[in-house]
Structure formats: structure tokens, C-alpha cells
Design a protein around this ligand. Structure first.
Ligand code: PEP
Ligand code: MG
Length: 574
């Protein structure tokens, strides 16, 4: 048995066979060939194998997901039979004595470019089908495996060097029981998503890809951050026992589902959930959230070839607002950049993407894209209690600019007799130190703050949140962070405004007592952390926590703070 250590990114225990995600290398080398008929035959047999594969996938998708979801494979089967495409590839082989791989790549790129230039969504989708089918045919020509994450159909533990947020979104929750990555930190987006999907995860587990083989039996311990490869029967039995105990603990917590969140001395605290897509709403309801404190809208923009239309966005926002039935929903405007890329925007590569053209900076530059999202939000506003939040605000000018664009779009809709709610609050994420330091200035103009500690900590400590080698600097309890948080909360309260937090710190059991003491009004976290946090808060007295927080901001190190919390809440069963 081998054991790896990493960062405990999402609680829970999983035991299953490993599925190693190897990035397929579809690099094509351009060569001239002498035997043309042989090359055409290679192309034909790769084409036939791809078609066969696609038909099998379609059949399986139809059975498991329904006819509508399987339709995408019909379109791909059509592409793989398209005589125009096939003839062009074969002619290219003949006329230029090209090898099949490069001939296919050249022709496919010509088709894709032509289709993408058309002002027609249907045609642009065909471009994406051609891209997928080309990949599949190339994989046969080059003899490498193509992975289709959404098509895994047995219980597995995913082992990968890294999972992008869009890879993670494609994981089928029914079959992927956990994941382990070589790189990443607790606040990388794949880790955050694992928590909302309620699947255990260990990230930053150095050596995972090198040491785990497809089919190995793996235990993922998302509580301690351990990975056991081919464990002994005793270890498996002990973990099965622990799984049972965790199930019981979950059942116990479910009793708090419909309760309010109240401290032991009677103060009400709002516990909200973070979501990435409307699909996360099931978890929000199952865990008794009192609202949505952060809807990360960027997932609507991922795994596709072009921007979502206003209509598509409107439908998604309306669904979330309606399903939340009047409870507050904080929708964050597009926050791409950093580890969340949108390849179709074709933005120049940046040396430091987390410090680059991200979030509201990009929206203020690409205003049409921003305005489309704002219109969709404004139109959806009458279906619930919407609050709009701008991410990555670094200066008051950025806030004023973004807000003025929102106002312009609102006025245009109103003058076209389109109904817009008149009580939409407009707030910002406080995740850049300059904004935390100037919170008193912002508090006069914004309706609310939500502190984004994932970024606030990375920017304050100058430690990349994706880099496991500096993950020790992710210190929510560092007095420097607590002081910034305090400044933001105090500034909000001085102006009679609300201060919330939607970074992962809000669901951190060691930080919660301190945040209560600092006066945080709203805690927004992965839905899976809500019931545990509700229980913890019900056992804490606000008066004690105020004292604790006051002491903590004056301490020297995160360790001292953590010890002080442990001493003060030692009687609490967390
Ligand atoms: C944050 O930075 O704390 C936050 C909530 O936003 P994201 O994790 O999406 O950057
Ligand atoms: Mg952020």
C-alpha cells in the first residue's frame, strides 16, 4: 500500500477504482507521404472507428440521459459522414501528398473558420462539432486515448495533474466519487466546486499522477487530505466504518434543516450558499440555506464556443430567482480570468493571469458582453429578490463606472416598457486589499459588501491560490487578514450597510467564531457546510466571540489565533 498527502479540499471519504485522466497529446506533424492509397485508407479506417465509437456513445447517452442530451452525438455522426469534408481531406492528401493527420487538420480548420465567421448560432455550433469529431479521428490516427469526462459510467476516483473548473463542471456526480490532483490549493476553483458537488477531494497531492495506475483501488480521505493506493483490507474496513459514521452525523445535522441560524445568546445570523449553476440549487435546498450569497455566473460562459445569449442568461437567472422563492440571491457579474479561462474570447496570454484582465476589468473593456449580462439580470429581477455584485473592484472609479453602465441599461429597458424591479441592491466583492483599506469610502456608495477571502488572502499574502507549494500562506486566521475583515465590517456598519463574506473562510469552522465576534452579518459558503455551521453557531455566545475576536486582531500569528479559538470553543462539539 502507498500513501500520498495533499490538501484536504472537500470533506468526505470515497473508496473506488482509479481513473487516470491523461491529457491526450494530439499534436500533428506535417509530413509528405509516398503511398497515397495507403494514407487514404488510414484516414478511412480512423473515420470508421470514430463513427462506430460515436454511435455507441449516442446509444449509451440516449439510455442514460435521454434523447435530447444525446442529440449532440447525432450532429457529430453527421459531421463524420459529411461527403464535402471527407472529399476535401482526401483531395488534400492526393494533391499535396500530405499525411492524413495534417490533411485532416488543415481542412477541418478551414471549415471551422468559415463557420465561425457566420452570424448564425446554429452554424457556429457545427464548428464546435467539427472540432470534436476532428479530435476523435486524430486520436485514432495517432493512437491516443480521448477522454470524455461526462461519459464515465462506473464508480471511479478521478486522478489528474490538474482539473480546470470546466473539467470539474463536466464530472458526472453519480459516478465520479472523488478526485485527486497533483496541483492546486484549497481555494482553487476545482476544490470549491468539489465542495458544492459534495464529492471528497484532495488537491496538491504531489506524485498522484505518477504513482496511481488506472484501476488501482484508491481511498480518498478528504478530511485529512490523504490518498491510499491499493490499501490493505484492514484500512478499507476502517474507512468503511468512518463512512458510516459520517453518514450518521449527516442525518443528525439534517434535523437543523428548517431551523433559523441563531447564536446561543439569541442573535440571528444569515447563512447563505454559494452556487455555480442552477444545478447546484438541489444542494442549496437540501442543506437549508437562507439565500444565495454568491452565484458565480461565469460557469454559464464555460464549455461552449461562444458567449451565452441574453435569453439564455435570462432563463438561468430567472430560474434561480424563482426557485429561491423570494429569498435573497446575490448574482455576481462575470468573473473570468485567473484559473477560469474562456478560450473563445481569444484574449492574449498573460504572464500573471490572477493579476491581469480579470472580472470587472474585462467587463469594463468588453462592454457589449457586460451590457448583455446586465440586461439579462435586470429583466430577471422581477422574479425574485435580486442583488447584483461586481467582482474584483480595486478602485471607487471602477465601481462608479460599472454602476453607471447598469443604470444606463436599466433606463433603456424601462423606456422600452420592460419591467425591472426597483429595489435591486448593488454591491461589491471586497477581495483586493486596496478596497478593504478604503472600505469607508466604498461604504458610502455601495449597498452591501461581500468579502471574497479566497482572493483577498492571496493578494494580501502575495501567495498564488493555485500553488500548493505556498499553500501554507493561505491563513484565514492570520491577524493581518482579520484586521482587513474588521475594517470592512466596521466601515459597512458605520454607514448602516450589510457586510457578508462569500470566500471559503465563511464556512471554515475555526474562522466562524472570529467572524461572529467581528460582527459579520451574512456567511455564504458551499451548501455542504451550512448545517455544520448552523450547529456550531447555535453553540456560541456572541458576547464571548466579541471578546475572542478583539484579542485575536492584536495577536502576532495565525497559530496563536487558532489556539485561542480552540481554547475558547473547546466545549463545543464541532
Ligand atoms: C473569493 O475570491 O473569495 C471569491 C468568493 O471569489 P472566487 O473564489 O470565485 O474568486
Ligand atoms: Mg474572487
Amino acid at each position: 500500500m502507498k500513501q500520498l498527502h495533499g490538501i484536504a479540499a472537500s470533506r468526505g471519504i470515497a473508496i473506488a477504482k482509479a481513473y487516470c485522466l491523461v491529457e491526450s497529446d494530439l499534436q500533428v506533424e506535417k509530413k509528405t507521404v509516398a503511398d497515397i492509397p495507403k494514407e487514404i485508407e488510414r484516414f478511412q479506417s480512423a473515420l470508421a472507428a470514430s463513427k462506430e465509437e460515436l454511435e455507441a456513445i449516442r446509444e449509451k447517452a440516449e439510455k442514460e440521459m435521454g434523447v435530447e442530451e444525446a442529440a449532440i452525438f447525432n450532429a457529430q455522426i453527421l459531421v463524420s459522414s459529411d461527403p464535402e469534408l471527407i472529399d476535401s481531406v482526401e483531395n488534400n492528401i492526393k494533391e499535396n501528398q500530405l499525411n492524413a493527420e495534417s490533411s485532416l487538420e488543415e481542412i477541418a480548420n478551414q471549415f471551422i473558420t468559415m463557420l465561425e465567421q457566420l452570424d448564425n448560432e446554429y452554424m457556429r455550433e457545427r464548428a464546435s462539432d467539427i472540432r470534436d469529431v476532428t479530435k476523435r479521428i486524430l486520436s485514432h490516427l495517432l493512437d491516443v486515448k480521448v477522454v470524455n469526462l461526462s461519459m464515465i459510467n462506473e464508480e471511479v476516483i478521478m486522478i489528474a495533474n490538474d482539473l480546470t473548473p470546466s473539467d470539474t463542471a463536466q464530472l458526472n456526480r453519480q459516478f465520479v466519487k472523488a478526485f485527486v490532483t497533483n496541483i492546486g490549493g484549497r481555494t482553487s476553483h476545482s476544490a470549491i466546486m468539489a465542495r458544492s458537488m459534495e464529492i471528497p477531494a484532495v488537491v496538491g497531492a504531489e506524485g498522484a499522477v505518477e504513482q496511481v495506475r488506472d484501476g488501482d483501488l484508491v481511498i480518498v480521505d478528504g478530511v485529512k487530505g490523504e490518498v491510499h493506493i491499493n490499501p490493505s483490507e484492514d484500512v478499507v474496513a476502517a474507512y468503511k466504518q468512518q463512512q458510516k459514521e459520517m453518514e450518521l452525523e449527516k442525518k443528525e445535522l439534517e434535523k437543523l434543516l428548517n431551523e433559523k441560524t441563531v447564536t446561543a445568546d439569541g442573535e440571528h445570523i444569515e447563512l447563505a450558499a454559494n452556487i455555480g449553476t442552477p444545478a447546484d440549487l438541489a444542494g442549496v435546498k437540501a442543506n437549508g440555506a437562507e439565500g444565495i450569497g454568491l452565484y458565480r455566473t461565469e460557469f454559464l460562459y464555460m464549455d461552449r464556443d461562444q458567449l451565452p445569449t441574453e435569453e439564455e442568461q435570462f432563463t438561468a437567472y430567472k430560474k434561480v430567482l424563482e426557485e429561491m422563492n423570494g429569498l435573497p440571491v446575490v448574482v455576481r457579474t462575470l468573473d473570468v480570468g485567473g484559473d477560469k479561462e474562456l478560450p473563445y474570447l481569444q484574449l492574449p496570454k498573460e504572464m500573471n493571469p490572477f493579476l491581469g484582465l480579470r472580472a470587472v476589468r474585462l467587463c469594463l473593456k468588453e462592454q457589449e458582453m457586460f451590457r448583455t449580462q446586465l440586461r439579462a439580470l435586470l429583466r430577471a429581477s422581477k422574479f425574485g429578490s435580486l442583488k447584483i455584485m461586481f467582482p474584483m473592484i480595486a478602485t471607487i472609479d471602477e465601481f462608479r463606472h460599472a454602476k453607471s453602465i447598469l443604470e444606463e441599461e436599466k433606463q433603456k429597458l424601462v423606456s422600452n416598457n420592460i419591467e425591472v424591479a426597483d429595489n435591486i441592491e448593488v454591491g461589491i466583492m471586497v477581495e483586493i486589499p486596496s478596497t478593504a483599506v478604503q472600505a469607508d469610502v466604498f461604504a458610502k456608495e455601495v449597498d452591501f459588501f461581500s468579502i471574497g477571502t479566497n482572493d483577498l488572502i492571496q493578494y494580501t499574502m502575495a501567495a498564488d491560490r493555485m500553488n500548493e507549494t505556498v499553500s501554507y500562506l493561505y491563513q484565514p486566521c492570520n491577524p493581518a487578514i482579520l484586521r482587513l475583515v474588521k475594517m470592512v465590517i466596521d466601515a459597512a456598519h458605520n454607514e448602516g450597510k450589510i457586510a457578508g463574506m462569500c470566500g471559503e473562510m465563511a464556512g471554515d469552522e475555526t474562522a466562524i467564531p472570529l467572524l461572529l465576534g467581528l460582527g459579520l452579518d451574512e456567511f455564504s459558503m458551499s451548501a455542504s457546510s451550512i448545517l455544520k455551521s448552523r450547529k456550531l453557531i447555535s453553540q456560541l455566545k456572541m458576547s464571548d466571540m466579541k471578546e475572542l475576536a478583539n484579542e485575536a486582531v492584536g495577536m502576532a500569528t495565525a497559530e496563536e489565533v487558532v489556539n485561542a479559538v480552540m481554547n475558547r470553543v473547546q466545549t463545543v462539539n464541532i
